[in-house]
Each structure stands twice: as structure tokens, then as C-alpha cells.
Ligand binder design. Structure first.
Ligand code: SF4
Length: 262
């Protein structure tokens, strides 16, 4: 059952991997042109200069191709092969803006690229196979998960929920109690950042839309963030839902059950 869910994330990652391949080819092409165009001019400065610059460009192309290969292998195998933490930095800070540009030129929907990026980021976080004590994991929820008409306000303390079951907060409270982890409901990015600063978690599991998750993952680096997309049956930011099973499954893969909760 678990393997099935891991496989279902693959089509999402595939888009990012495809765009990554295209970006890598473009980069190699640009590197080649950067060497080839001034090649003859360089010979006028020194006869050996075209070869030296050529070797340098070949090394840069090799690094680009090796990095892409390593990234694909890490996410495909779900294993920390080599420098996964550095690769997260590379993907978040460098590759994502580049891939968004390439995707825009190719006419790929921005939301799909973000979904793919989130799946790729989750893969890299999971591939590190770290087990973290429950009291160092923070689950962050957007306030729109709570039923709009609910008379209780769970922002600040999710345990105020009366567990009536009219929205997904009930299931999430139960998950929090099952694992003994902190769950915070944030009304926006500023509050989410404040909660992270206060609680100092080692890992964040965040539920949000594509845009908020992408910016959250970027803002939080180097803190690892697992992103779970919410569903928006009534449109954005209103009575949204989340598959509690996805959260349970992700938590079961990162929680160190040997360490005491709180
Ligand atoms: S489960 Fe019920 S009490 Fe809890 S937040 Fe949702 S609507 Fe309110």
C-alpha cells in the first residue's frame, strides 16, 4: 500500500525531471557556444588558450550533466547517494527559477511545475531517511482547512477543536495525538515563519497550495520541509481539505518512535 503511494508521486516528479533534462541540454549548448564563438579570437591572445578554455567548458558541462544524473538517481532510488543536502540547495535556489523560465517558454502550466517541484523536494527530503523525535517535528496547516462556519477558532491551539468531524481538523488533531507532535494552524506566511522561529523544529510538514508551499520550501531552506498539497473543492482559501492519510504516511516515515514525545 505504501509503495503504491510512493509510485503515485512519480508522474509529478517526471515533469520536473523532464524540464531538468531540457534545462541541462540548454546549459550545455550555451557553454559550448560560449567556448566556440570566441575560440578563434582566443588563439590570437595565446595559441593554447582555446584548449584551456575548452577543457574548462567541458568540465562545466560534465558537472551540469553529472548533477542532473545524480538528482534523477537520488529521487528514483529514494536514497541519499551523495550530497543530497547540497542538491536541495541547488534545486531550490538555482534550478527552480531556471526550470520555471524554461517551462514558461515551453508553455507548461506554472502550477504543474510547482507540483512537480514539491514532489521532487519531498523525494530529496525523504531520501535522507532521517528519523526525527516527535517533539522536533512541526505540522503547519493553513487556516482555510477549518470549516468557515465553525464557531471555535483553532488558530493558536488546534486542541480547541471539538472533533465534530465537519472538517478535516478532527482527523489532523487525532494524528497529532497519535504521534505526539505539534500542529499549528497559521493564518499566513508571516505567522507561519513566527511559529517556526518559536518552535525551532528540525523538520516541517506543511499543508498548503502550490504557491505557498513553493515559497515556504524556498524560505525555510536549509530546514527540510515536506509539502502536502491541499484540495480546494470550493476554490482557493475556503473550506479546503487535505488527505489525512498522506500526512499520516509521511509522518510515519520520518518520526523516530524510539524517542519520547514531548
Ligand atoms: S472538526 Fe468541527 S469543531 Fe473541529 S474545527 Fe472542524 S468544524 Fe470546528
Amino acid at each position: 500500500m505504501k509503495e503504491k503511494k510512493t509510485d503515485s508521486a512519480m508522474p509529478r516528479k517526471r515533469l520536473f525531471i523532464t524540464l531538468m533534462g531540457v534545462t541541462c541540454l540548454i546549459l550545455v549548448g550555451v557553454i559550448f557556444l560560449a567556448w566556440w564563438v570566441p575560440n578563434r579570437g582566443l588563439a590570437n591572445i595565446h595559441p593554447d588558450l582555446p584548449h584551456i578554455v575548452g577543457v574548462l567548458m567541458a568540465v562545466l558541462s560534465g558537472i551540469a550533466m553529472l548533477g542532473t544524473g545524480l538528482l534523477v538517481l537520488t529521487t528514483a532510488l529514494g536514497k541519499d547517494i551523495f550530497l543530497t543536502r547540497f542538491m536541495r540547495l541547488f534545486v531550490i535556489k538555482f534550478l527552480l527559477p531556471l526550470i520555471e523560465t524554461v517551462g514558461r517558454i515551453m508553455g507548461v502550466d506554472k502550477e504543474r511545475i510547482r507540483q512537480s517541484f514539491i514532489a521532487m523536494n519531498n523525494s530529496l527530503v525523504m531520501s535522507q531517511r532521517k528519523r526525527i523525535a516527535p517533539d522536533r517535528i512541526l505540522v503547519l496547516l493553513p487556516h482555510c482547512i477549518q470549516l468557515f462556519d465553525c464557531e471555535i477558532k483553532v488558530t493558536g491551539d488546534i486542541n480547541k477543536c471539538l472533533l465534530c468531524g465537519r472538517c478535516d481538523i478532527k482527523g489532523l488533531v487525532e494524528i497529532g495525538r497519535k504521534y505526539g507532535i505539534d500542529i499549528s494552524v497559521a493564518t499566513g506566511g508571516t505567522l507561519a515563519r513566527k511559529v517556526i522561529v518559536e518552535k525551532q523544529p528540525k523538520l516541517v510538514l506543511a499543508v498548503a497550495c502550490e504557491r505557498d508551499l513553493t515559497s515556504g520550501i524556498k524560505d525555510c531552506y536549509p530546514l527540510p520541509v515536506i509539502g502536502i498539497l491541499n484540495d480546494r473543492p470550493f476554490g482557493p482559501c475556503f473550506n479546503t481539505t487535505v488527505d489525512a492519510e498522506k500526512i499520516d504516511e509521511a509522518l510515519s516515515r520520518v518520526i523516530d518512535r524510539g524517542k519520547p514525545a514531548h
